[in-house]
Structure formats: structure tokens, C-alpha cells
Design a protein around this ligand. Structure first.
Ligand SMILES: Cc1ncc(COP(=O)(O)O)c(C=O)c1O
Length: 459
């Protein structure tokens, strides 16, 4: 890391107030729609992750790298639907596929050829022979865990503390926890994320910290001794909900070796990394082969589609009826047509080269700004994903993130971006997703706004 100079906290507070007021001023149509939306939608939104005080920003449309809000502002989109729109908005190839499919019927609850083509392409990319489909990331991780439980006959599972794997009970555990409630380093607490989650389910989910393979092994052994050997380890190969936290060299290889030796199914949750960081996601990027992969988000090119990849041995418990992996809309023809066009026509080798090149450019630009203004932070990125982590020390897991990341500055950066037509993921935990329609001009705009923020922070 380069030289850093502490930031003036009063200045951050002052700028945050100024930017919040400016955003309120420029989003009066969002405010009006919010007043109306509250009448019929709980909290005026369609998912609690879309909530924001004093009101959410409502969007109207998107095209390529741009989105328009209901106040008529044209913004460059770095949020990209929490990383679902790596293709950019309204991509013509996906539009063609969807409209052709629409004319031939959109849903039968019977498989179509597109589902087979998508399965073949996913097998090629992720080196897993068998696939099933779902409609979201949550469904993918829910079913993957059930399959691992069915295979092993065990009920306990192990996850990474602070990782998000969707909104079903088994994984809404040990995330969003304040620093002082994390618990002992070697055995962090299992805590429900919000109400409505049965304690008996929470008790079955255990957590260890990211980037510590030895601690993972020790936990597996300890749980085994208590008669609670986990069915699976479910994890992201790179954490994508603390900004971006990369695996330290050797970590994933060690996890692979440990889980194989203990007979624990290794699931890479690639809902965020899957189609976005390389053709074969984290499996390709780090060359470590899990037993199962879960996908969603960018798979469907904007349609709700998810997938689960498995080895032959694991797929056998689905095929012989031991575990039911079902769903009326699984493999929906519209979603499959979109996924096929997405994988074969849009997310091509050239697309990944483009994303890598642009990500290098935006990361280099942000690094220059950080160095010039001696900001306490650093950049991290992979494929289409990246962020500036506002922390004076390197974040390697949830505990170091909670201890060191500057939440106030992250909030200010979000407001500052939005007021300057950069649509970014809200909250302190997120990262940017570039799309194949982003250009040098798009990423340079991001860097320029970041430079402006840095200048104001030091003014
Ligand atoms: C890694 C990971 N897994 C699973 C999910 C859940 O996906 P969905 O919101 O489509 O249910 C998410 C969502 O952000 C995610 O980031």
C-alpha cells in the first residue's frame, strides 16, 4: 500500500450531508413514486435490499452501459443488477433469443433443447458433467445443500462467516453481524440473520473465517467429534459481499484437499463470480475444482435463471430419486433461450478480454487517485468485478472487514457517485460489475468522479 494520510472525519460528515441533500433534490420523482409505492408494496420496494432512506431510487429503463431513473437522469451503470447484467442492458442478441422463443411459447414445464445446449456449455466451462436449473441464486444454494445432505446423510453444514448465499433459512446465518458479536476466532457464532429463522436450523449451520484453511480443518474435526460432521462446505472462492476479497495463494487448494480428505462436499457458490470473472468463473480463474457449483444472476442475461453443477456421483442421488430437485419454472424456455444466447453469443472469449482490459484500466485509474491523495484504501478486482476498499489495512475476511472498513466513506462515495451520474451498488459491502457494453469512456468517468471525491476530501 502507498503512503496514507488519515481523513478528516468532520469533512466526511459535512460532505455526506451536502451530497444527501443534493440527492434528495434531484430525485423528487423517485420520492413521489415512493409515496405511491408504499401503498401497495411493503416498504415501497420489491426486495428489502432495494430499500433506502429516505426513499429508493426508482429506475425506468436501461440500454447498454446506461440506466435512466424516473427523474430522467442518465447514469452509467456499475451496479448492473447486483452483477446480473454483465451483458449490459437490452443486449440485442438476448433480445432476439427471447423474442423468438416468446413466439414459440414460453413455458411448458417440460425440457427444451436450449436447456441441453446450456448444460453442455456449462459442463465445458465448469468441468462438471451434470446440471439442473433453478430460478435464482437462493434456489441454487438451497437445492445444492439439500443434495449434499442427501448424498452424505448428514445435516450440519459449514459456511464462511459473513458470506451471503441467498435468503433461505440454512444460509441466513452468520452474516450482517456487528464486529463485537462475531464470537471466538476458531469457532465464530451461528446467528440468525433477521427474524423468522428457526433456531433448530441455525444450529445446523456453522461458520469459519475466510482464508484460513487450517481453521476450517480444525472445525471439521471438532464438529465430527461432536457427531456433527458437515455435509458440505459452501463458499465463494472470492468473497463478493465485502467489496471483493480474493483468496490468498494456496487457500483454495488447501480447502479442496481438506474437504476431499474428510469426505465433505465442496460447493463453490458462483452466483456472483460464475459468468462474470471468467468463462468458467472461479473454477477457471483459480484452477480448483469443487464438487458442485451454484450459478444464477448473470447466467440468464436479465431473466431469472439459476443452475447447479455436479459430479456424476453427486448427480446420482438426484437421478435415483433420493433427493428431489424440482420446480415448475426450472429450465423455463425463455430463461434457457436467454442463457444460451448469453453464453454462446455474448459472453465470448473476446468479451472476457474486454472486461479484463477495462477492469485493469479502472483499477489503475483508482490506484492513481488513491496514491495522489494518499487515501487510506486500495483497489481489488477480478474479471468484471472490483472495488475500492476504504481500509488502511488489507481485508482478508469478515472480521478484518468489519474492524477496518470505513463505512462512512463508503456511504459518501455512493451518494457522490449517484449525484454525478454513476449508478453504483448501495451499501458498504458491494462492488462494481462492468458490462461488455462498458467502454474506456465509461470507466474513465468513474475514475474522474472518484478523483473529484478525493479532491473534496482533501479540500
Ligand atoms: C454469492 C451469492 N449466492 C447467492 C445469492 C442469492 O441469489 P438470489 O438473490 O438470486 O436469490 C447471492 C445474491 O446476492 C449471492 O451473492
Amino acid at each position: 500500500m502507498t503512503t496514507t494520510t488519515p481523513l478528516d472525519r468532520d469533512r466526511i460528515a459535512q460532505l455526506t450531508q451536502r451530497e444527501a441533500e443534493a440527492l434528495d433534490q434531484r430525485t423528487q420523482a423517485s420520492k413521489e413514486l415512493y409515496e405511491r409505492a408504499r401503498g401497495s408494496l411493503s416498504g415501497g420496494v420489491t426486495s428489502s435490499y432495494q430499500s433506502r432512506a429516505p426513499w429508493p431510487i426508482y429506475l425506468e429503463r436501461g440500454k447498454g452501459p446506461r440506466v435512466w431513473d424516473v427523474d430522467g437522469h442518465e447514469l452509467y451503470d456499475f451496479h448492473n443488477g447486483f452483477g446480473s447484467m454483465v451483458q449490459g442492458h437490452a443486449h440485442p442478441a438476448i433480445g432476439r433469443a427471447v423474442s423468438t422463443r416468446y413466439d414459440s411459447g414460453t413455458h411448458f414445464a417440460a425440457p427444451t433443447e436450449d436447456a441441453v445446449v446450456v448444460g453442455e456449455e456449462l459442463s465445458r466451462r465448469f468441468h462438471l458433467p451434470k446440471w439442473r436449473y433453478t430460478n435464482s441464486g437462493s434456489e441454487s444454494t438451497m437445492d445444492a445443500i439439500r443434495i449434499a445432505r442427501g448424498l452424505t446423510g448428514r445435516e450440519d453444514i459449514l459456511k464462511i462467516f459473513g458470506s451471503y448465499h441467498g435468503h433461505h433459512d440454512a444460509v441466513m446465518v452468520s452474516i450482517g453481524v456487528e464486529y463485537d458479536r462475531i464470537g471466538p476466532r476458531e469457532a465464530p457464532f451461528s446467528l440468525a440473520y433477521g427474524g423468522g429463522i428457526p433456531g433448530s436450523t441455525v444450529e445446523l449451520t456453522h461458520a469459519v473465517h475466510f482464508n484460513e484453511a487450517e481453521a476450517m480443518e480444525a472445525r471439521i474435526v471438532a464438529l465430527d467429534e461432536e457427531g456433527k460432521k458437515p455435509a458440505c462446505v459452501i463458499m465463494e472462492a472470492a468473497m463478493m459481499n465485502l467489496g471483493v476479497v480474493l483468496p490468498e495463494p494456496g487457500y483454495l487448494e488447501a480447502v479442496r484437499e481438506i474437504t476431499a480428505r474428510h469426505g465433505v462436499v465442496l460447493i463453490f457458490d458462483e452466483v456472483k463470480t460464475g459468468i462474470c470473472i471468467a468463462a468458467g468463473g472461479a473454477v477457471e480463474k483459480w484452477g480448483v475444482q469443487p464438487d458442485m457449483v451454484t450459478l444464477a444472476k448473470a447466467l440468464g442475461g436479465g431473466l431469472p435463471t439459476g443452475a447447479i453443477g455436479m459430479t456424476e456421483e453427486i448427480a446420482a442421488v438426484v437421478e435415483d430419486g433420493t433427493v428431489y430437485q424440482v420446480g415448475t419454472y426450472n429450465g423455463n424456455p425463455l430463461g434457457m433461450a436467454a442463457a444460451r444466447a448469453n453464453l454462446l453469443e455474448v459472453m465470448t472469449p473476446e468479451a472476457y478480454e474486454h472486461l479484463d482490459r477495462l477492469n485493469d484500466r479502472i483499477l489503475a485509474g483508482c490506484n492513481e487517485v488513491i496514491a495522489e491523495y494518499e487515501l487510506p484504501g486500495y483497489t481489488v478486482g477480478v474479471g468484471s468485478k472490483g472495488c475500492v476498499t476504504f481500509s488502511p489495512v488489507k481485508v482478508t475476511d469478515y472480521a478484518t472487514f468489519k474492524e477496518n472498513q470505513d463505512a462512512d466513506l463508503s456511504e459518501l462515495a455512493w451518494l457522490f457517485n449517484l449525484n454525478r451520474d454513476i449508478f453504483m451498488t448501495p451499501g458498504r459491502e458491494e462492488e462494481w460489475t462492468l458490462s461488455v457494453t462498458h467502454t474506456e469512456e465509461t470507466v474513465d468517468s468513474f475514475v474522474e468522479v472518484f478523483r473529484e471525491l478525493a479532491k473534496e476530501l482533501r479540500a
